[in-house]
Design a protein around this ligand. Structure first.
Ligand code: NAD
Length: 431
């Protein structure tokens, strides 16, 4: 295998820059949670670094006969509670440090959900839009071969992320299985159901966002039927959350995609608005009394705001102008550290991404269980079990929120870090 394993040695800067890198944010949040807990500082120090980072060279033959060489990564953060788990992204801005930071987030996301997994993230620095289908398949198969020794159903289980999809996971599973000499569906999740994927996996992150928003609405003594909701991003997360909240009686008044948003104080019919996957970027084609920019949407007078598109949209530049009573993070990392501080000062609860959108990794866990047992679950069972897992995690985080004077984000990190640190404490440090 042509990979090199390295151990993270550099220190993250702790100055407040806006926006921070994923790794800076991950380390800051870890330290912040640790400050609330009585845990061995040596364990915290260990958790600031990944277990290993694999960097590989991925050459492919282009359709014109030339050869291009790309760099791929797999950062494995922590496996004290079980195999590594995390997405694989194809994007020009993928870097080693980004994979390390996002892998750390996955450790907390799995731990807050009490899943028997640790965190990882990987990717290839490539623009997938510039690759033909054949080139993408070749890239995926070659990358799989390069990381084959460090992944597997009991070692590290990739999943789709930006620029990758169920088809990518099917190629990865096939390339891995061909070399192992048997079909091993549990090596990846987010596969098409026909090769061991789970029903309900696609809609799970949006479903969990809706469940957590519903619980938060109830917690703050609001009636869902009298609650207005604004959602930025109408893709897998935003659209599934919007439609469920709409079905449960909430008034979804604002929606957007990359081109801008629509606003109707009487409520939008979410089911008649095509999602990003049904018809890309079609939100603005829907008739509505008002259009708004993505920036304006974030500052609308709504009860619940769900940023579900991209990271770093709630910043020190707009946090003071946000009028929502509750923010539920659908996207990963939509709120910068400074914005989080402003919301805390203003008393606006922010329910964090690692809890709210964790339905994706939770149903990935269900998929892994189904693969290992060679038994497919019904959609009803997947959704019922997801509901149970989300309510358990919500209650665990709520207990910390109520018993300490902390934000929801701190409470979620405290739950996650306690679980990971306790496991490290019990297992000890190998000499
Ligand atoms: P998606 O590609 O399905 O949809 C993204 C949506 O956001 C589209 O409507 C797009 O038009 C819009 N958008 C893109 N750029 C925008 C911009 N600059 N301003 C406003 N809108 C913009 O993506 P998704 O899978 O729904 O993911 C959305 C977010 O949720 C990402 O942060 C992702 O990391 C996170 N997330 C996704 C999953 C998952 O499994 N899909 C799981 C957890 C977290």
């Amino acid at each position: 295998m042509a990979s090199t394993s390295t151990t993270e040695t550099e220190q993250a800067t702790e100055e407040s820059t806006e926006p921070e890198s994923a790794l800076e944010t991950a380390r800051r949040q870890l330290q912040h949670a640790a400050d609330h807990l009585d845990i061995d500082p040596n364990i915290v120090e260990r958790l600031k670094h990944p277990k290993s980072v694999h960097e590989v060279t991925v050459p492919i033959e282009r359709d014109d006969g030339g050869v291009d060489v790309f760099t791929g990564y797999r950062a494995q953060h922590d496996s004290v509670r079980g195999p590594h788990k995390g997405g694989l992204r194809y994007h020009p801005e993928v870097t080693r440090d980004e994979c390390v930071g996002l892998g750390m987030w996955m450790t907390w996301k799995c731990a807050v959900m009490d899943l028997p997994f640790g965190g990882a993230k990987g990717g290839i620095s490539v623009n997938p839009k510039e690759l033909s289908e054949r080139e993408k398949e070749q890239l995926t198969r070659r990358f799989t071969e390069e990381i084959r020794d460090v992944i597997g159903p009991t070692v590290d289980i990739p999943a789709p992320d930006m620029g990758t999809d169920p088809q990518t996971m099917a190629w990865l599973m096939d390339a891995y299985s061909m070399q192992e000499g048997e079909t091993i569906p549990g090596v990846v999740t987010g596969k098409p159901p026909v090769v061991g994927g789970s029903k309900g996996r696609d809609s799970a992150p949006g479903r969990s966002v809706a469940i957590i928003a519903r619980e938060a609405i109830d917690y703050y003594d609001m009636e869902i039927q009298q609650t207005s909701v604004g959602i930025q991003g109408y893709g897998s997360v935003g659209a599934n959350a919007a439609r469920l909240l709409d079905e449960w009686g909430a008034n979804v008044v604002a929606l957007s995609d990359v081109n801008g948003g629509i606003y109707d104080t009487n409520g939008l019919d979410t089911h008649s608005i095509p999602t990003h996957h049904e018809e890309p970027e079609a939100v603005m084609t829907h008739d509505a009394p008002q259009t708004v920019s993505n920036e304006e949407l974030l500052e609308l007078d709504v009860d619940v705001l769900i940023p579900a598109a991209i990271g770093n949209v709630l910043t020190d530049g707009n946090a003071s102008a946000v009028q929502a009573d509750i923010i539920v993070e659908g996207a990963n990392g939509p709120t910068t550290t400074t914005a989080s501080e402003i919301f805390a000062e203003r008393g606006i609860p922010v329910i964090p991404d690692i809890l709210a959108n964790a339905g994706g990794v939770t149903v990935s866990y269900f998929e892994w269980l189904q693969d290992i047992n060679r038994r497919a679950w019904s959609l009803e069972r997947v959704n019922d079990e997801l509901e149970t897992e989300m309510l358990t995690a919500w209650n665990d985080v709520r207990e910390e929120f109520e018993s300490r004077d902390v934000t929801w984000r701190d409470a979620a990190y405290i739950v996650a870090l306690s679980r990971v640190a306790e496991a490290h404490d019990a297992r000890g440090l190998w000499p």
